[in-house]
Design a protein around this ligand. Structure first.
Ligand SMILES: [Zn+2]
Ligand SMILES: [Zn+2]
Length: 299
């Protein structure tokens, strides 16, 4: 039997190696981007072409471009997972299912779609309009939209956005598990004890705002990030959240098993990230780690 220490050293070191390798690779490319050599010029030209096509008005970028790209990514991936679940095809993917004996309750699909659309229309869109007006009011202090950020600045911003999101998601998530809030808010999300990708946004609207949108965006106030970075961050967060709720181990990093376990047990694993630093700090993933260590659960 594997010990917890064995698991921890293996898992954390694997994650760390991937993370550090990515960081070193990006930072070593920074001069390339800055010096406008082939990669830098291609990225800058590509960005200019996109802006030539969609326009560079900050309000429109926040309200139209962010929402349209988010909706395309969210529904394409979310519906692909749902169709796969309903059709039980392709077969080999079902070997990667986290809860292989659970079948989706088809009667829940209409309410799943409805609540997703409600949150997108009445939480996400209004928030993007506020962000659009904020960007217009602060146009002078914002980075020039046509000039892509340097790779160093891009990575530095992510180094602030990642822990900021982790901290705000963890504590707001625990707040929504408080008995005074849970029954009329977060319980909706936990109806999915075996989550599917689209349950990522099956949230009470108040939770969607306080537990998802604000934690994912508040870091921008600290970083004054370029729109390019904000766009990347929103798309990445969307894909990560869909993967966390997908119920399939199609990608080992980040693994969806941790958040899937939270949907099953609801007393552990409140964090965003696959290695859950705040869960570790607060001791809210002890059972999960014990199950991984004993082989009862696997990434
Ligand atoms: Zn969830
Ligand atoms: Zn929860």
């Amino acid at each position: 039997m594997k010990t917890e220490a064995h698991y921890r050293s293996k898992f954390i070191s694997k994650s760390n190696i991937q993370f550090v390798a990515l960081l070193v690779a990006l930072l070593s490319l920074n001069h390339v981007w800055n010096l406008k050599t082939i990669i830098g010029i291609q990225i800058q030209n590509g960005w200019n072409k996109i802006l030539d096509r969609i326009g560079d008005n900050p309000f429109n970028l926040y309200v139209y471009s962010l929402n349209v790209s988010f909706l395309i990514v969210y529904w394409t991936i979310g519906l692909a997972y749902l169709l796969m679940e309903l059709s039980t095809w392709p077969k080999f993917i079902f070997r990667r299912k986290v809860q292989p004996n659970v079948v989706i309750d088809k009667r829940k699909i209409p309410s799943l779609i409805r609540l997703n659309l409600f949150n997108q229309c009445f939480v996400m869109v209004p928030c993007s309009i506020i962000a659009g007006y904020y960007s217009l009011m602060n146009k002078e202090s914002a980075p020039p939209v046509r000039e892509v950020p340097t790779l160093l600045r891009f990575v530095a911003d992510l180094m602030i956005l990642i822990p900021t999101q982790e901290i705000f998601v963890y504590y707001t998530h625990r707040m929504f598990h408080h008995r005074l809030l849970y029954k009329w808010t977060h319980k909706w999300h936990h109806e999915w004890t075996s989550p599917v990708a689209l349950s990522a946004m099956y949230n009470h609207p108040l939770e969607q705002l306080i537990g998802n949108v604000i934690p994912g965006s508040i870091g921008f106030l600290l970083t004054n990030s370029h729109f390019f970075t904000q766009w990347f961050w929103h798309i990445w967060s969307t894909v990560r959240s869909l993967n966390d709720h997908s119920g399939y181990r199609l990608f080992s990093f980040p693994s969806p098993v941790r958040h899937d376990f939270h949907h099953q047990k609801s007393t552990e694993c409140f964090a965003v990230w696959a290695w859950g630093p705040l869960d570790y700090f607060h001791g809210t993933d002890k059972t999960f780690r014990a199950k991984i260590a004993s082989g009862e659960l696997s990434h």
